[in-house]
Design a protein around this ligand. Structure first.
Ligand code: MCF
Ligand code: ZN
Length: 328
């Protein structure tokens, strides 16, 4: 088989700050004289045990990302990594909470800096990046409306989607209906994290209450075979992040991960890293584990990448360009 790093890949679920190499965050902390040494372990990686501590560590790391230039540098560092692992198209979650505190004018400056870095990375490495503006569930529905306002003002060729991440144990999907409606009216495509911690019920609610076409994680659907059948029938796409699920303890091990069972039932599954350095993973590592655990081969990876680009939120001309590169 081709080296996994050389397989051209489409990644739909990548948190921009969550992809920040720890050394990059440490460097910024030193420059800005901020002490966040408590979020790193002895080997220099991010330190946390379990989901809520993960969210806290993530948010502490974000405190050193303080201006558009920091996000320019972050985006360059992240895309260099992604391209090295064969990613040719990536969609990244970006949150105006971390980019100017949900202020529309500030957000525009941050987004311009991220886009500038993306254009340069496309010129040098051929990787294409698009953005999905993301509200944070545990910050609540009012905050999500502010995020959706930022999304409305900047929806376009680059900002192509609206989504939600964060703590699934807080609030319900339905509480965020208003902000998702705002984003839909602005022409944005929709996704939300669901069925990571709270099972099939969350996935049902995400589809019924928010009308999303993709689901972040969605692995909890496996508890309900009726739902699995419906997902397959309706072509709902799952942004599956197996390494993340193993690292956070959503599933016991790679062998227990439901991605292969979902795929075999006809659900459109795609593969992403989520927050790669937090979970000690890369796209190549995900592919290696899928090959070792479930016997996925090049034909299977090609099928999954085609499903991913078909579900990507970019315009059709970009999709056609990426499809062509997947085929060569
Ligand atoms: O997918 C993982 C784990 N499940 C839920 N949320 C997140 C994940 N990685 C980051 N997030 C959240 C987190 O709350 O998304 C936000 C973070 O603050 C950033 S969105 C650019
Ligand atoms: Zn995620």
């Amino acid at each position: 088989m081709t080296r996994t790093a050389d397989i051209p890949k489409v990644e739909l679920h990548l948190h921009l700050e969550g992809a920040a190499p720890p050394a990059f965050i440490r460097g910024l902390a030193q420059e800005k004289r901020v002490d966040i040494s408590g979020i790193f372990d002895e080997s220099g990686g991010y330190k946390f045990e379990g989901f809520v501590p993960f969210l806290r560590t993530y948010e502490a790391a974000c405190t050193v990302l303080q201006n558009p230039q920091d996000f320019y540098r972050l985006t360059k560092a992240v895309l260099e990594q992604s391209a090295a692992h064969g990613v040719i198209y990536s969609e990244t979650f970006v949150s105006p909470d971390f980019c100017g505190g949900n202020d529309v004018e500030a957000w525009k400056d941050y987004m311009a800096a991220i886009q500038q870095a993306a254009t340069e990375a496309e010129d040098s490495d051929g990787i294409i990046l698009r953005g999905v503006l993301t509200c944070i569930r545990h910050e609540g529905p009012e905050n999500a409306k502010l995020a959706a306002r930022c999304a409305q003002e900047t929806a376009g060729d680059w900002l192509v989607g609206y989504g939600m991440g964060g703590d699934e144990n807080q609030f319900s999907q339905a509480d965020f209906r208003y902000s998702f409606d705002m984003a839909r009216e602005a022409g944005l495509r929709l996704t939300t994290h669901a069925g990571e911690w709270c099972g099939a019920k969350e996935v049902r609610e995400a589809i019924r209450d928010l009308g999303v076409e993709r689901i972040g994680h969605g692995v909890g659907a496996i508890e309900d075979m009726q739902l699995v059948e419906e997902l397959a029938e309706n072509g709902v796409v799952l942004e599956v992040c197996p390494g993340s699920n193993v690292a956070l303890g959503v599933v016991k091990s790679w062998a227990h991960h439901p991605i292969e069972r979902l795929r075999a039932e006809g659900v459109k599954v795609t593969v992403s890293t989520d927050d790669p350095p937090f979970f000690h993973t890369t796209m190549s590592h995900e592919y290696e584990k899928l090959a070792d655990t479930f016997g996925w081969d090049e034909a299977r990876f090609a099928e999954v990448n085609r499903a991913a680009i078909e579900a990507a939120f970019c315009d059709d001309a970009t999709r056609a360009r990426v499809l062509k590169r997947l085929e060569t």
